[in-house]
Ligand binder design. Structure first.
Ligand code: CP
Ligand code: NVA
Length: 306
């Protein structure tokens, strides 16, 4: 049976660990895997802009011996030019995998339901699983293990937060989230993550106080205050989130060796200052690089010979 990657919650801890092991191997020896997906094609359906996701999937397929086809917003016009189930069934006759970047999360679910080939969520309004996999892999790479470590996320409780919630809860990484009122993560996602955390032992907290939340952090993570599709709210959001900026003052209150993470793209001067994102603690480009390696592992797991 085909396996999709729609949410981190669909992956078992064992599967996440296997992806990380394979990511290590792919990073160590690129050549060894250069024929892993020979003859296979990946469709990239993107209804929103992208740098990292698009390029890392395209380069990843190329490095594994396969091909990718980019289908931007004007081409497939998902659900408008053609019903999602027809797109799914047609593409399944041509390609061996589909990445979808879309607005409503239900689009990914519907595409996966009717597709005969694996579907990977390349970001929806609800989640961004590929990002969280690369982020957790980066943390493991930097610290060796997750045990006793704490990640603090400050800002908007958005798609990136949701995937971090599932990821941290599954893997046993403590997570403090600080958001303004009404910008908390989705309550269902939060509850589900608490359930997973009760198994892994991860401590998960939600507060309004970024200073307190950052105090014992090993990693401080933020994302844009205005996500793709919310542009009309940008001005109001800049005001609401003002106190959640990751700046030198906030970072000085945290542990001396704490890392700074951001999924990128960053709105410099809003959620993070130049000084912090450009500092030696910042690992934002390691995260971006690891998107490539971790996604190659996902592609081999989902599209490779069993
Ligand atoms: N982090 C991330 O998904 O970046 P892009 O939007 O550039 O793909
Ligand atoms: N929350 C951001 C993440 C971009 C990678 C957005 O959805 O625009």
């Amino acid at each position: 049976m085909k396996k999709d990657l729609i949410s981190i919650k669909d992956l078992s801890l064992k599967e996440i660990e296997e992806i990380f092991l394979l990511t290590d191997k792919l990073k160590e020896n690129k050549q060894k895997y250069s024929r892993s997906l020979t003859g296979k094609t990946l469709a990239l359906i993107f209804q929103k802009p992208s740098n990292r996701t698009r390029v890392s999937f395209a380069v990843g397929m190329f490095q594994l011996g396969g091909l990718s086809i980019y289908l931007g917003p004007g081409e497939i016009n998902l659900g408008v030019r053609e019903a999602i189930k027809d797109v799914a069934q047609t593409l399944s006759r041509y390609v061996q995998g589909i990445v979808l970047r879309t607005f409503e999360h239900k689009n990914v679910i519907e595409l996966a339901r009717y597709s005969g080939v694996p579907v990977i969520n390349g970001l929806s309004d609800l989640s961004h699983p590929c990002q969280a996999l690369a982020d957790l892999y980066t943390i493991k790479e930097k610290f060796g293990s997750f045990k006793g470590r704490t990640l603090t996320y400050c800002g908007d409780g958005n798609n990136v937060t949701h995937s971090l919630l599932y990821g941290c809860a599954k893997i046993g990484l403590n997570l403090n989230i600080a958001t303004p009122k009404k910008f908390e993560p989705d309550s269902t996602v939060f509850k589900e993550a608490l359930g997973m955390a009760s198994v892994s032992g991860a401590q998960i907290s939600l507060s309004r106080d970024p200073l307190k939340a950052c105090k014992n952090a090993d990693v401080i993570y933020t994302d844009v205050w205005t996500s793709m599709g919310q542009e009309k709210e940008a001005k109001a959001r800049r005001k609401i989130f003002r106190d959640y900026q990751i700046n030198q003052k906030l970072v000085s209150s945290a542990r001396k060796d704490c890392l700074i993470m951001h999924c990128l793209p960053a709105h410099r001067g809003e959620e993070i200052t130049d000084e912090v994102i450009d500092s030696s603690r910042s690992v934002v480009f390691d995260q971006a690089e690891n998107r490539l390696h971790a996604q190659k592992a996902v592609l081999i797991k989902l599209l490779g010979e069993k």
